[in-house]
Structures are given as structure tokens and as C-alpha cells.
Design a protein around this ligand. Sequence first.
Ligand SMILES: *Cc1c(COP(=O)(O)O)cnc(C)c1O
Length: 459
Amino acid sequence: MKSNLLRQLPAVHEVTKEISLEMNGKNEKEITRAVQDAIAFWRNRIQTDWNSIDLNADIQGLIKETIRKKLASPKNQIRTVINASGVVIHTNMGRSRLSESAVKRMTETAYMYSNLEYNLEQGKRGSRHDLTEDLIKKSTGAEAVLVVNNNAAAVYLILKALAKNKEVIVSRGELVEIGGSFRVSSIMEESGALLKEVGTTNKTHYADYEKAINENTGMVMKVHTSNFKVIGFTKNVSSAELMKLKADSPEVIIYEDLGSGALYPFQAHGIGEEPLVSSIINQGIDLVSFSGDKLLGGPQAGIIAGKKKYIDILKKHQLARVLRVDKFTIAALNETLNSYLNEDFLSIPTVRDILKTPDEIKIRTLELMGQIHNRDNLKTDIIEEFSKVGGGTMPEVKLPTYCLVLKHDNGASYLANLLRETRVPVIVRIKDDEVLLDLRTVTEEEESILIEAINSVTA
Ligand SMILES: *Cc1c(COP(=O)(O)O)cnc(C)c1O
């Protein structure tokens, strides 16, 4: 009976032919591998566990089913990709990668129980807020801190809890939309705060703010115009200057949505003009908020830092419970902040990638180029180019880099499409009908996957 079943095992080439027709366009080698694997799997199953198989089973049919399942690319499932676009904080690809220590801490926290809301000193209920608050206070110099799900949630909570039914003054030059789904004016409306626009698109003066304040003013909000830059005839007022408004109107809260929020002094290293969060806090501002997964290089989170009396109100608001972060976020944020406090900046992938020099990228690109198989339909080259920070952060900053150029006879989009269908999809840039790959955002461990992908699609 076992031998009966074994006899039904088909030959690799027969099945391969049939499946290839069905999978029209899919890589031949990948199909052959899937066929071999499926036949081996069923041979093994018959040999070791034959009495679990129905004697009248259609073995060939079962094998084909196994192959189809294996070859069906998981479409609507989250998958890892190679980001060869050179955009470091790519919102479509998950923004910041996490450091090794952050991933390790997340995994441990997932695998075991933790002190998430348990005070180990007192042996009773504790607060999850305490687990991040001290580290962020140390990193930013703030009096108090609250972490919520993302920065959009932070903005919403601040407006709702501190400025509902009150006027919030915002410069017309800062009424931004970020990433298509976050508009300052809409979120304000949703929160019940009343938007009071001042100034013009390119110029807003201190006096504009001063004149707009009345007895119903709850807040002056500054929004970091992270994803665009108005150049030329411009004027805006810094949050430090805005603090002077408090002399006459002490009850008005001065809040700045920093967007990215840098904890590393990129500006001092000649990259962009993003101020350090601590420098804004040092100027005495009431509240700031920023993302955890942009320049900071941590998990998705919204960090609110500032004066304790306001943070205490936020912590007590019902929405704080609705918007609270989970243990994985806390674990990853803890480790990322530890890296900053230990000045181990290069262990944070976002910081490391932004700081990579064109020379080190060039060396790796040349090595990679040397491993590409010679093909008649493919020309390779290396050119000077620019990478971007991304995430709506430092839009004007061009990070000098080198790119590997792939010029395929069938055109750039043909090649780019194939690269997206490989085992680990590769996302590239296209320029002048050439495919550009920027190793700034590719780790050394990922290079072998990248080479395998390039050589398989140009074969
Ligand atoms: C990115 C950004 C946000 C939204 O932050 P998320 O963490 O994506 O929710 C809000 N405000 C500004 C200025 C931003 O740059």
C-alpha cells in the first residue's frame, strides 16, 4: 500500500511544465524548487506516516496543491522588503528600523511577563507611564512626559484635553497637511478646539499673535512645517519668542508640534536645521510633541514632553487610556532611549543611516556591482546621487550618496516590477528609465538577498 502511494509520485519535470504554464511569468527556477520540495515532502510523508493518507488519495493533486500554496505570494500579509530607495524614514515601508537591542527587548517582553503595570519595589500595581517617563525626561530635560500611540494622537489629545471650546492660534504658514491624512485644521475641528488663523502663508509676526489673543484664547500652537519649506520672503516666530506672550497672558499654553523631534544633533553635523528637543524644552516652552519613529529612530509613538501641570491633566484624561501604548512600544522605546543616553548613537539604524558617508556607500556599491552576473540585456554603472531623510523630515536636505545603476533592455519599470516580485521584494528608485539602488538603506546582511534578487530577475 505504501508502495502503491509511492508509485504515484510524479517526475519533477512533468509537474514543473504544468505549473509553469499555470504560473505564466513566474521564475522558472523558483517553480522547479517548489516542485522538488513538494515531491520530497510527500515522499517523506508517505514513508513515515502513510497510514494517515487516504488510500484513494490523488497524490498528484495533493502535490500540486502544496506547490500552488508555496508559490502563491502572500499578497495581503505584512512582508519584509529591501528598501533600496535611499529614503531612510520611508513611511510606506514602516519608517524607522529598530536597533538590535530594541528588537531583543521587545521579543523578551513578548515572550515573558513583565512589570508593565506592576511596581516591583512595592509589590503592587504600578503605572506603565513610569517606565518611559524618566528616560525621556533625561533625554530632553522636560519636567514631565506622556507617551501615546503616535504623534497625531498626541496632537489630538493635547487639543482636546487643554483647548476644547477655546481658541487656538496658529500661523497660516503652519496649517500643514502631513502624509495626506493628517491635517492640522481637521484634527483641530475634531478635537473641539477653535482654530484662529493669524498672519499669512509666508509671513507671521509676533504682533499677529499678540493681537489675536483674547479672553477665550486657550493655546498658541506652532506646527513644524516638516514636509515643505517656504523660501524667500518669509518670517515666522520661534516658540521661544512666543513664550513672551505669557507675560500678559499667563494662562495661554504655548505648544509646539515638532513632528520629528531630534535627540541627535544632526544640525551640528551639517545635516538640516532640525533643533534638538532639549533645546526647545530649555527655552521654557509649555509642551512639545513628536513622533517616536521618525528622526528618533524608535517604535511608532507620540511623545508629549513639557510642564508637569499640563502633562498631569493629559494623564488623567479618558483619552490617555484610549491612546495608550502597548508593552512592545515601551520595550523598544526604552532601549532606543538607552542608546541615546549611552551615546551609542550608531546602534540606532535611523541615525546610523543618515550619517553614512558617500565613501563607505561607494565601496559597498562597487563590491555589489562586481557580483552581478554579466548579461547581454543589462548594463551596470555607479553614479553620484542623493538620498533623502524622508518621513516628512528635513525635506530640503540632500544626503550625498552613490547609486548602483541598472539599465535593462526592457526598460526600468519592467525591471523594477520584477524586483518587487522576488522572494524578498526589492524597492528601487527609477530615474531617466534606469533603476537606481541606494545602499544607504540596505544593511550588509541584506546585500546577499539583493544580489540574489538582481541575478534571478535578469537571468
Ligand atoms: C509626522 C507628523 C505628525 C504625525 O505624526 P505620526 O507619528 O505620524 O502620527 C504630526 N505633526 C507633524 C508636524 C509631523 O511631522
